[in-house]
Design a protein around this ligand. Structure first.
Ligand code: CP
Length: 313
């Protein structure tokens, strides 16, 4: 099975075999990125534009590095100094850039569905770098690659996703992906941060960390997304840490070899204890960042192959 899509807008439309295709190709890029020569030619002659309407460190830096390592011409649009600030709409901005013949558009936007809408208006491949609470597909793919490498498989694992589920596109993409790959997914968090309708994804829901973490192979912590909160979702950060922050006492309920993940950026002392985050025997947070470059190289490589095939047809 190859990757059959024109864009990468979410995990939802992907077949499990397509997920495996991306992860297998990413493995080759892990090796390339660790070698003396990090460059290859998969995107030579192509132009990649990164449009981030929301702040980012990991995703933007890794998409830029990924494109450059594959030989693309990469441009980072500075949305803070663009004509968006004069009132130009997302679609008009995209159409303007589309007229410059980019081949790959990488877009992050605060509104769910904005990246899908944009993809309908342009004639290049679009990669969703996170849209509102909807999806963050490359984050879920890099998390999957990290889990597969650390656990030796990506099926029949018990994976606990903990914290602010309601506002998290990372949680949504992960629970879709991990469900497709036949894992047991548990969501743990206060009822105020649990979206309605999660049962349709076939996951188990807990509001008690210790019960939810019992026997888990993977513990995935989430950031409190204060920028998406318009009310009092938690009594206080101190209380939240006491009940839902990952510390050694709570982690002891997971399996002895359970790995600890966090997509970043982290709020130390709010959702995770700093010593757990830095414990190289448990935490794979830095590996997640490394896998991010490789997964984004693989995704852009596959989209570029489809783009070239469509243009040649
Ligand atoms: N995980 C993640 O999306 O991080 P950034 O917001 O720094 O890109």
């Amino acid at each position: 099975m190859t990757y059959t899509h024109r864009h990468l807008l979410g995990i939802e439309p992907l077949h499990p075999a397509e997920i495996t295709t991306i992860l297998d190709l990413a493995e080759t890029y892990v090796e390339q990125n660790r070698s003396g020569d990090k460059h290859s030619d998969a995107l030579r002659g192509l132009t990649q534009i990164n449009m981030f309407f929301e702040n980012s460190t990991r995703t933007q830096a890794s998409f830029e590095l990924a494109g450059k390592r594959l030989g693309a011409d990469v441009m980072n649009m500075s949305m803070q100094t663009s004509s968006v600030k004069k009132g130009e709409t997302l679609i008009d901005t995209a159409l303007t850039l589309n007229a410059m013949h980019p081949d790959l558009l990488v877009v992050r936007h605060p509104h769910s569905g904005a990246v899908d809408l944009l993809a309908q208006k342009v004639n290049c491949a679009v990669l969703n770098a996170g849209d509102g609470r909807h999806e963050h597909p490359t984050q879920a793919l890099l998390d999957a690659l990290t889990i597969r490498r650390k656990k030796g498989r990506l099926h029949r694992l018990t994976i606990a996703i903990c914290g602010d589920i309601a506002h998290s596109r990372v949680a949504r993409s992960n629970l879709i992906l991990l469900g497709k790959m036949e894992n047991r997914v548990r969501l743990i968090g206060p009822p105020t941060l649990m979206p309605t309708g999660v049962a349709e994804f076939g996951c188990e829901v807990y509001d008690d960390m210790k019960k939810g973490l019992e026997g888990a192979d993977v513990v995935m912590m989430l950031r409190l997304q204060k920028e998406r909160m318009d009310g009092g979702f938690i009594p206080s950060e101190r209380e939240y840490y006491h009940r839902y922050g990952l510390d050694a006492e709570k982690l002891a309920f997971a399996k002895d070899d359970a790995i600890v993940m966090h997509p970043g950026p982290m709020n130390r002392g709010v959702e995770i204890d700093g010593t757990i985050a830095d414990d190289i025997n448990r935490s794979v947070i830095q590996e997640q960042v490394e896998m991010g470059v490789a997964v984004r190289m693989a995704a852009m490589d596959l989209l570029a192959r489809n783009l070239r095939a469509a243009r040649a047809a």
